[in-house]
Design a protein around this ligand. Structure first.
Ligand code: FMN
Length: 208
């Protein structure tokens, strides 16, 4: 590809991605499953250590399951905000205005739960070692966030701690660890986001 075209594409992608923000207030209208499926295929095309693709995605649109996830997550969040969280962590969260209430888990039409597959299993149930599972799943989640955003959907990366309740609720096996939830949908009409600063190029990069 010629330099001119290559630079134009890099700039177009940067400016499209610059409009992405984490959204915490969603419009309840349903989103087309075909679009979510395409975004998941994009995630599935991301690189992974030894091509082991150590991830699994669970798409939740069922209101009853969303409610159960919200109830379980808020139980963890109350413990976090009221007792467990160190003061420094609460101070880091303060500009975001977050708290133990997570209505977006029910308001958003779609929750995509990303699982990291820590190891594989052969036909006899013996463990198959997987490599770089965290890095690989993180990269796939990044692909997914970019795909959702460029499709016109908003999302929030949400990580209640601990998240092990998701294995039980979603019936996932012990070799998979919940990695994050992507709360997905159209933003609410009155959705607002905190005024955050991103690093400048000098802070972000060293050129040698
Ligand atoms: C790994 C990870 C975990 C996050 N967990 C939460 C979370 O549990 N709750 C939340 O409200 N936001 C969460 N976020 C969103 C961040 O707060 C958000 O990305 C950050 O403030 C920057 O804002 P922006 O995404 O709008 O650029 C998480 C983001 C990442 C990447």
């Amino acid at each position: 590809m010629e330099d001119r075209e290559l630079k134009a594409r890099a700039a177009a992608f940067r400016s499209a991605m610059a409009t992405r923000r984490s959204v915490r207030a969603f419009d309840p209208s349903a989103v087309p499953l075909e679009a979510i499926v395409d975004c998941l295929k994009t995630a599935g095309a991301s690189p992974s250590g030894a091509n082991q693709q150590p991830w699994h995605f669970v798409v939740v649109t069922d209101p009853k399951m969303k409610r159960r996830i919200r109830e379980a997550a808020e139980a963890q969040e109350r413990k976090f905000y009221e007792a467990k969280a160190p003061q420094a962590w609460l101070e880091a969260l303060a500009p975001l205005g977050t708290g133990p209430e997570k209505p977006f888990l029910e308001d958003a039409p779609c929750l995509i739960v990303v699982f990291e597959r820590k190891y594989g299993l052969d036909a006899k149930g013996h463990r198959i070692a997987h490599y770089y599972t965290r890095e690989s799943t993180g990269i796939a989640a990044g692909f997914l966030i970019a795909a959702l955003h460029l499709s016109g959907l908003a999302c929030l990366t949400y990580t209640p701690s601990p998240m092990t309740f998701l294995n039980k609720l979603l019936d996932r096996p012990a070799n998979e660890s919940p990695f994050l939830i992507l709360v997905t949908g159209r933003p609410a009409k009155d959705a607002a986001v905190p005024d955050l600063k991103k690093k400048t190029l000098d802070e972000l990069v060293t050129f040698i």
